[in-house]
Design a protein around this ligand. Sequence first.
Ligand SMILES: Nc1ncnc2c1ncn2[C@@H]1O[C@H](COP(=O)(O)OP(=O)(O)OP(=O)(O)O)[C@@H](O)[C@H]1O
Ligand SMILES: [Mg+2]
Length: 320
Amino acid sequence: MLDVRDLRVAFETRGRTVPALHGVSFALRPGTVAGLVGESGCGKTLTALAIMRLLPATAGIQAGDVHLNGRSLLDLPEREMARVRGAGIAMIFQQPRASLNPVFPVAAQLTHVLRLHRGLARRAALAEAEALLARVGLPGPTRILRAYPHELSGGMCQRVMIALALACRPRVLVADEPTTALDVTVQLQIVELLRALQQELGLTVLLITHDLGLVAEICDDVHVMYAGRIVESASVEALFRRAAHPYTRGLMTARVRAGGRALPTGIPGRVPPLGQTPPGCPFHPRCHLAGPECAAAEPPPEVVADGHIVRCHRWRAGVA
Ligand SMILES: Nc1ncnc2c1ncn2[C@@H]1O[C@H](COP(=O)(O)OP(=O)(O)OP(=O)(O)O)[C@@H](O)[C@H]1O
Ligand SMILES: [Mg+2]
């Protein structure tokens, strides 16, 4: 469905090229939910923006490819890519309120998309906008249509964002931390909504999150990111039964220690800033299993089991 192959992204700053994504590869199976997880700064949002071709002007795609249903997105003319962004892949951004236009009421933002992308006439677009708001569980859609973003709560903004994302009937939905900006009870409601919509519409979802509890709850597959690389990919069952990468296991114990609450991680140290990734395995300075080979060379992908891939020289020592 969506196939990301060896994606390399770099920032150009003051004449210097600083790599940020070092060959990210993963594939989404149709009708499933895949989680993209990792600590803050490991490259999750950049991956999503590169897929959508919405990278900031200072960043560029150096190599790799993104295929949607067998078609390369990176070669498409911008006009066609704009169409893909609605009806092919839609994205929900990390900050729902900041992603809505503050100067237009909800109705204008929704009907704009519906008229532009689905060619609906004014009245039909308004009716469809109301139906979409009802579908995402907003009470009193007529009132919401007239509201400006600042008049809505964070949870309501997120529901409007989801309605906007669904307006073009996308096949793939990229949701970047759709719940982190919300309080806990609202988080649960948004997760339930996303799950219901995914099943009802047969959507393929890439869910970006640092919350492994959320991953366990709604994902089929997981891709763990560290320092701009995918370091482990597996089905949710396989990952929770037997995570192979010490980084993944670190993320899991962090969660247990925190009693499910949002302690970032139990792993010592922090994600290296861009341009300061150590040689060899980027995780080795923080890894309790690290040996001399880990500082010497970046580990190649190894197959742990069918559909379970890890990039670690010492994973066998860890799972034994
Ligand atoms: N516009 C930018 N200019 C320079 N560096 C950037 C820019 N955007 C992101 N970066 C850097 O790229 C790296 C990856 O950032 P990214 O936003 O993809 O992380 P993330 O995994 O989404 O983190 P978070 O969980 O905090 O959202 C980080 O080191 C970040 O500082
Ligand atoms: Mg992010």
